[in-house]
Design a protein around this ligand. Sequence first.
Ligand code: HDE
Length: 719
Amino acid sequence: MTKRKTNSKNETQKIKDLEQHTEYSADQFLTTNQGLPVNDNQNTLKAGDRGPSLLEDFIMREKITHFDHERIPERIVHARGSAAHGFFELYKPMGKYTKAGFLNDTKQVTPVFVRFSTVAGSRGSTDLARDVRGFSVKFYTQEGNYDLVGNNMPVFFIQDAMKFPDLIHAVKPEPNNEMPQAASAHDTFWDFISLMPESAHMIMWLMSDRAIPRSYRMMEGFGVHTFRFINEQGKSHFVKFHWKPLLGVHSLAWDEAQNLSGKDPDFHRRDLWNAIDSGNFPQWELGVQLIDEKDEHKFEFDLLDPTKLIPEELVPVQIIGKMTLNRNPDNFFAETEQVAFHPGHLVPGIDFTNDPLLQGRLFSYTDTQLSRLGSPNFHEIPINRPIVPIHNNQRDGHMRQMINKGNTSYEPNSLGGGCPFQAMLKKSGFASFFERIDSKKIRNRSKSFLDHFGQATLFYNSQSLYEKKHLTNALRFELGKVKSVEIRQRMVNILTQIDKVLAEDVAKCLGLKAMTPEQPINHSVPADANPKDYQSKKVKSSVEVSNALSMETTIKNTIQTRQVAFLTAPGFNDVSLTRMKKALEAAGAVVKIIAPALGNVKSASGKNFPVDESYLTSASVCFDAVFIPAGKASTEDLKANADAIHFINEAYKHCKAIAADNEGVDVLRISYIGVNKKDTGESGIITFSPKNSSLEKEFIRAIANHRAWERETERKVPA
Ligand code: HDE
């Protein structure tokens, strides 16, 4: 992780200069919006001390009117989000494939603004929902803004934009009673999914742990659709975009996510904010999969089908640059809420394909900004402004900021000297790929899109044992919340197409039998077609197992920014605590001291240590690992502290690294761990004994491993 503040000061400054930052100094007085100094901000104007308020009070009316209009409609999807500023640096020029300036000049540092989000929940909903996460990046390039509006999963539920409102209506709270909030575990969602087998692959991702990330900083991003790169000669390559986090891809446990929803529903937002605030800047590398135009049809799936990924075994991901997020927004509303992303914000050298989902998005995003931000001038809001000047003949509209001079607002003109000229004259403008289209107008679903199950099976087969178990349990949970038995059955039957064992495991828990349907249903049949010609099918993937699809193979060599709880009580051994704290902090982790009360906690030698959280204000779900320092008195105290024991049991249940030093091991003994097997040996449980003096080293290794998931298979923990 880069600790430096930024090497893109000039670029970031440029954006800052465009923003209207208001910071108050002591010599500034309160004013109205018209600049009138205000003497009294406490009382309305009244007829006498106890008299009625006067309508004349324009100061009170202005204040209340503004307040009444503070809210704007939240995003129809991806309403809940948080964002940060940063910059993108290119590793190698990509001129062979694209003429995009920011992908050619390795000396150029491109400012970015990135917004992460959940999809289904409202703006005030929990960060911890089982959901897809949005991963939107706005690059402020020298050729205008480029938006890569992606997700943390590389595929999507549906193949055609026509189905998007249906999908979203199905997943949102049910319209009669507005329940459940930010959850897919309800009848309407699974009703729709069970009738849309094209969603099978995405459902595997959604039921996997990818849907409950440990942190926004620890998830991948994907452009999802196939896009095009176009070089200076007009040659096109297909391209898939990937963001790879330098901290690896890690997730929470489902039980943990549900608990966190109550303890800290802002968990992801806080995590991103705190990391940036403390100088631990999150970083991702940008990767591309490039496919020659002539290879368009060489795969067993269609490159235009957004329910398919290209296995990295078939086309490796080339890493071409790095993104660093180094500045928190100054104002949530002005920046995070008002930022307007759009897959149609392109720069020369990048273009769309005919993916029918992407094509629909190109319409939707401008349309939605008009209703959300209320004006076609949304590009003038500081966070949306390009860093290059805008010249065109568009004029007026609600809240227009730009004061265009002169009398010409049309083209061609002679009165304005012909300005502004088309960029083509300079050969630097945007030109769509010169693609040949010669076809009939039809409403159809390409038959090359009918493989609905091949990659769902590839994903399932690529998961480790524990990931498969989590996925199975997620399906049991979600379908268990569905009231309609027919919907459950239909869904279980669809699972038989993906994996028989998975289907049976889920069915058993629902009190059902998995049955392979005679004809897999497919409701996405064109109206005038014979349904037989459009049956869902399974095309066996040429790659049987893809390592990149499992989180098991991710980066596990760092404990940077990991949160470690030190469970203390008065009388702990300060040498033990300090030694561990130093070791963890040197490796980049964040240590928090938990004690029975806030203020200070005294060690056995009488030293005071400031307490970060009490057992009442914190919980194990807010941490990655737990340490119990040595100390006789503190151990006795902790053994009698039910909250401390619960803390340990829960951390154990969620497979976290737990370490105890000397007497501290006694606390583990009375917890559910009940250290007895020669006091050590269980994965992720590290105890100090004369035989094991490398406590710090082993603890660091266990934390870096993220979770000892294998513990789950040994026994159930009732915390
Ligand atoms: Fe979106 N999507 N989407 N989407 N989407 C929006 O635009 C839409 C799709 C994604 O942080 C909306 O400004 C349609 C795929 C992200 O501000 C809206 C279709 C992918 C964000 C919209 C899709 C995405 C949005 C709502 C199917 C992954 C959050 C607010 C044709 C590649 C952007 C807004 C942010 C937001 C429409 C499908 C990602 C309504 C019609 C596929 C990350 O315009």
